[in-house]
Design a protein around this ligand. Structure first.
Ligand code: ADP
Ligand code: MG
Length: 140
């Protein structure tokens, strides 16, 4: 699948539905790069992806201390990464590409990853006020 889809949602539940639809279409090895300000809903989006991958959404929290949080799913592992607190240059040392090989990799603050895979899916979330969010999904 290639292209760009944009949707405006009115609630966190709707964000979860959009995220779940995306997750259901992912293959092992997929990389999803999340962009958006603090509080935009990146972690909420990951939580929404979880059920489609056989992961309990309650397991998904902001990986503040552990940089990479693995959640065992039905057939793949969901690797959840948050680069918010990482220093420049350190991202390369994480070896994120290797995680991607073993499951589905989802990255918050993905713009801090200097050279993400060209095949990665980009998700941009913009807070439009209240519970309203604009979500743009780009498949290369
Ligand atoms: P981020 O990870 O981008 O910093 P979070 O997912 O941690 O953001 O927080 C998003 C906050 O916005 C949560 O408190 C969530 O309940 C709230 N929220 C309200 N409406 C939405 C929506 N439509 N989609 C996602 N989150 C929403
Ligand atoms: Mg977050």
């Amino acid at each position: 699948m290639t292209g760009r889809a944009a949707v405006t949602v009115e609630s966190e539940a709707e964000t979860a539905r959009v995220a779940g639809e995306l997750a259901a279409a992912l293959r092992p090895g997929a990389v999803v790069l999340l962009h958006g300000d603090l509080g935009a809903g990146k972690t909420a989006f990951v939580r929404g992806m979880a059920p489609s991958l056989g992961v309990d959404p309650d397991e998904v929290s902001s990986p503040t201390f552990a940089l990479v949080q693995p959640y065992a799913g039905a057939s793949v592992t969901l690797f959840h990464v948050d680069l918010y607190r990482i220093g420049g240059g350190e991202v390369e040392e994480l070896g994120l590409d290797d995680f991607a090989a073993d499951g589905v990799l989802v990255v918050e603050w993905a713009e801090r990853w200097p050279r993400p895979p060209a095949s990665a899916i980009h998700v941009r979330i913009e807070d439009l006020g209240g519970d309203r969010r604009r979500i743009v999904i780009e498949h290369p």
